[in-house]
Write a protein that binds this ligand. Sequence first.
Ligand code: FA5
Length: 376
Amino acid sequence: MTNDPTAKPLAELGVADAQGVARLFADVKNQFTSELDVKQSANDWEELRGAWLGRKSGVLTRITDNWLKPSPPELKRAVGQALNELKAHVEAALETRRLAIEAAADQASLEREREDLSLPGVIRALGTRHPLRQTFEEIEKIFLSLGYSVVAGPEMETPYYNFEALNIPEHHPARDNMDTFYMSTPPGAAPFAEGAQGKPLLLRTHTSPMQVRTMEKQQPPVRIIVPGKVYRRDNPDATHGFIFHQIEGLAVDTDITFCDFAGTVEYFVREFLGPKVKTRLRPSYFPFTEPSVEVDATCVFCGGKGCNVCKQSGWIELFGAGMVDPAVYGFVNYDPKRLSGFAFGLGVERLTQLKYNVNDLQLYYQNDVRFLRQFA
Ligand code: FA5
């Protein structure tokens, strides 16, 4: 800065008396004020302080070196005093500014931290109920509304309840359809659970054993459904699991007819699959029901016109059912002359597949959120 007056001694600046000194210092003070006016930020403040109060080359140091030290004795006092005042002014002004800058920063961070209650909240991803669970709950609701109660039974069963008492004696071909997991017994282990008669326990292949267990304990009228897991040595594929789920139904009373059965089935299917779906009963065979039927529904995918899913027939198979075989009543001391009833066994995976058009049953067990979220 060639024009910088603080670089030159007083004589060169033509200052020879106290008034001249006062004017000179007034100019310097104005200069400071104008710099302070334009420099507002925290960084500016550091710069300004260095420029004015810096020990080595700050303005005040230059004034000390160039004006005060070489000043003639008659001006020394005036220069010294003016310099002190200037220094006090600069220091005070810089301190005031520092406080202002700090307060502004505090205010800004307060603004930033202030809660805005009108902002939308953070939405946490909620889990969804598993599609099979949804089917369970829907079906339970339908039958509860018809006066049924929900009961549960053991997954580890005796051959008696799983087969014999359901009119499936040993060597009956129906056992082949339900390839069974048997439990092995450690040598010397205690005899098996009640009713096992020394035969190995098994994992129930269907929920039907609960028909027998319930009738053993309860006198008619009986109206139950039994949701639960069942196990079969089936190879897993798009329509088979080796663990899957069924819901058993059983109604027994003194005057239950095939019409009650057909009406109940029709009501259930319409509630579950929708009002447009029609049902038909097709003769079938189960050792524990007589007559036995397969319940078919008009194909939910083509509405009965015929498509790949229903193999162009317009119908899809829903579940097996029938009137309770009198032979079963013999195992539970019910009087077959006085009592009648019906039973059904729903495949939960199958019904869920039909309802939501799921083409592979394995998807239920893989816990892929992209699949599960579709059932939110
Ligand atoms: C039975 O299990 C009989 N207990 C049903 C019954 C109950 C008939 C009461 C009459 C009276 P079935 O073996 O057909 O029947 O099996 C019933 C349903 O379970 C089938 O319709 C099918 O939907 C389902 N299912 C059978 N095997 C599998 C499997 N490996 N994976 C998934 N679902 C299966």
